[in-house]
Design a protein around this ligand. Structure first.
Ligand code: GLU
Length: 472
């Protein structure tokens, strides 16, 4: 879906606003996209000049910097970038990352170009944005999105630093960088990890599980994942390896595979790398019309690729009682209405995929503080724990029946938290807190029947408060 994405986001926004008491005119001010910059630039490649079109849209600057990824795809257009920028505003407010919302995109099929060509294109795009302060640690901080990753972020930060040689905070101009270029541990898998933490939190609340007509825990739940990109892959891998979920179907570009025994996401990813698709994956049945499997019977459906995959045409056929939106905008507003009427519970995108921007926030703070998390405290923490272990062991010797602390306990207890552990702890805390603020509205108000409306209410309320504090 391209046209209509903004309209779809706005329709869901309006549904929430109708249940709020905002100052006159404020709902519109928050909803509109502040500015979208379009750039067309040429790069000499393969003996000819190629013209590319890129966008950077700023939806809301109620907090700065504004934040949001840069997408590389032929489907990128102004409406899409603006809808995605709006979702960033609501997402950041919901999970309390202190940013406004933005998004960028470049109309390009990254698979058509080799690495060196992509570097030239990316540097040129970055140059155009940097010189207009549309990439800047204090104003606008991009990150990866579909079609981009650590590699592109490394080129962008290098480009920024070449153009701003004395900016001591230059590394904070973009997040999702490789570790050796100012990145943070745990960022690559952060969005998938966030999906896992979101589901874990959902399954801590009996009433919420019952609302989805499910029972028990995540263990043994049948999960269908659409899109095995960075987000879908990590979400599937963690749910499969750590929570006992059965990944019963994986939908990809070339079709879908299905196995009631469960698929191993690592093995499927390796197969895609080798063969270019999911077809012929051993031990699974293949379905050429992949989208059909969105309608498969399962407990949890995880759309983790493009927007608009669940629409008016297929929403009525979706059998999953619980959908978690790992992608941005996978359910259109029409589909949302149909699913709501059916009683399907949807954990909305602005919450479900917020793990990425949350860890981006940690990376930005790390860059601005110029020190890795845990560097000052880790050994002090270990030394203090050692004092307790030594004392317990000394006391145990004075007892008639001596007891000993197991080696496993000592190893786990003595270890001070490093960067990865702190990032996970911060992400887990963020996902729990945001869920609770959302569910309080969902379960607490008679006029709010779904989590998405609840999420919008929390988020818009916070943005409105921030406008109010500014005197607007
Ligand atoms: N592109 C990701 C998103 O849609 C991450 C954005 C960021 O880290 O700024 O949330």
């Amino acid at each position: 879906m391209a046209a209509g994405f903004s309209a779809s986001v706005n329709a869901m926004y309006d549904r929430a606003v109708a249940r709020m008491d905002l100052a006159p005119g404020l709902a519109k001010k928050i909803r509109v996209c502040n500015a979208t910059y379009t750039v067309r630039f040429g790069v000499r490649l393969r003996g000819a000049i190629h013209t590319f079109t890129g966008y950077r849209s700023v939806h809301s600057e109620h907090m700065e910097p504004v934040k949001g990824g840069i997408r590389y795809s032929l489907a990128v257009n102004q409406d899409e970038v603006e809808a995605l920028a709006a979702l960033m505003t609501y997402k950041c407010a919901l999970v309390e990352t202190p940013f406004g919302g933005s998004k960028g995109g470049l109309c390009i099929d990254p698979r058509e170009w080799d690495e060196h060509e992509l570097e030239q294109i990316t540097r040129r795009f970055a140059y155009e944005l940097i010189k207009r302060d549309m990439i800047n640690p204090a104003q606008n901080v991009p990150a990866p999105d579909m079609g981009t990753g650590e590699r592109e972020m490394a080129w962008i930060v290098d480009q920024y630093q070449r153009m701003n040689t004395t900016d001591i905070n230059g590394r904070a101009c973009v997040t999702g960088k490789p570790l050796n270029a100012g990145g943070i541990k745990g960022r690559v898998e952060a969005t998938g990890r966030g999906v896992q933490y979101a589901l874990r939190e959902f399954f801590r609340h009996k009433d919420d599980i019952a609302a989805a007509k499910l029972s028990g825990t995540l263990d043994g739940k049948r999960v269908v994942v659409q899109g095995l990109g960075n987000v879908g892959f990590h979400a599937a891998k963690f749910l499969h390896e750590e929570d006992g979920c059965r990944i019963t179907a994986i939908i990809e570009r070339d079709g879908a595979i299905h196995s009631e025994d469960g698929l191993d996401p690592e093995a499927v990813q390796a197969h895609i790398r080798e063969t270019g698709g999911v077809k012929d994956f051993p031990g699974a049945t293949y379905e050429a019309d992949g989208a059909k499997l969105l309608e498969a019977e399962c407990d949890i459906l995880v759309p983790a690729a493009l927007e608009g995959v669940i629409h008016e045409g297929n929403a009525g056929m979706i059998r999953a009682p619980l959908i978690i939106e790992a992608a941005n905008g996978p359910v259109t507003s029409d589909a949302d209405r149909i699913l709501r009427q059916k009683g399907t519970v949807i954990i909305p995108d602005m919450y479900a995929n917020a793990g990425g921007v949350t860890v981006s926030y940690f990376e930005w703070v790390k860059n601005l503080s110029h020190i890795r998390f845990g560097r000052m405290q880790r050994r002090a923490e270990e030394a203090r724990h050692q004092v307790l272990v030594d004392e317990l062991e000394r006391l145990s010797k004075n007892r008639e029946v001596a007891w000993t602390l197991s080696e496993n306990f000592k190893r786990d207890y003595l270890r001070g938290a490093g960067e990865l552990e702190l990032v996970r702890s911060g992400l887990d805390d963020t996902m729990r807190e945001a869920y609770q603020s959302m569910r309080e509205v969902w379960q607490g108000r008679d006029d709010v029947e779904d989590l998405r409306t609840a999420a919008f209410i929390v988020s818009i309320g916070r943005i409105a408060a921030s406008y109010h504090a500014k005197g607007l």
